[in-house]
Design a protein around this ligand. Sequence first.
Ligand code: SF4
Length: 327
Amino acid sequence: MLQQTQVARVLEKFAPFVARFPSPAALAAASEDEVLAAWQGLGYYRRARLLQAAAVRIVEVHGGVVPSDLESLAALPGVGRYTAGAIASIVFGVRTPIVDGNVSRVLQRVGAKAGASNDAAVSSWTWERARQYAFAADDVGVANEALMEFGGTICTPAAPRCGACPIAHLCQAHARGQVAQIPAPKIRSPRSEVVMVCVRVTRDDGAVLLEQRPARGLWASMYQPPTVALTIEPAKGITPARAAKGITPARAAKLVAIACKCKKVGELEVITSHRVVRFVVFEAQLRGEFPAAKQLTSPSRVFVSQAKLREFALSNAAKRVLALAAK
Ligand code: SF4
């Protein structure tokens, strides 16, 4: 939960999640909808799916008990080198390194290793340094946690507290006056731009029409108001701004296959790890037209009452769209 999500938000969600799924077996037996609903508010729902897939493997291969060896941990869905090393060393005391952003920054600065932490050569240098550190430690779990904590509290990215640093005398970046340059900014590929048209359809009684997204890709299997992504072809002059501009209410209704009148309520932008998604939001209010409301439902589209909305896994983007349309 803590990967990419703030501690304060995780603190609200962790206890209810663990109370609801107290063991790998309980998590493995739950439906994906239940798990995603319990994950709501944490974002990056792929982690929830992978956590459940890991629980299934733990039940099927390891008798419901989390394995302690690095190889079995690394074979669990969603568990990479860092997570396997963290669980193995901190929980089970296995002598193995872990490298996260904090560890990488500290080791690079102490060794004056220039470059971005996600550069392949820098990364392999850092893992080797972390391995030497893990093998020199008395208690590898405590040592690994200490290094991460040190990076989070003393050797911070923008304002490291070198004056209060207990290992300043060992730090080569400090000695050479290179602290501000190490590490270099991460290498990032540019985000792609996406335009989505969506219509919030509300019944007289306040129920809203939701549909489930495809099982793969962005916000997989999550619920949203009827939405369609537009084709963007900059080479043919169809830029995101141009695509979004040409959407009339009638066109929006046609695109999302909603046979009712709607009006535009605004636009909003959502930035994900790999995309910038611009939503063009419309709203349709059905007044006493319950037969018409029935025609809008299908196996993948259902009207959901306000009271039941919490039981449906909505991405933060879908929640923002619903809130904008409700205004
Ligand atoms: S001296 Fe400064 S840059 Fe070097 S390890 Fe300490 S806090 Fe980090």
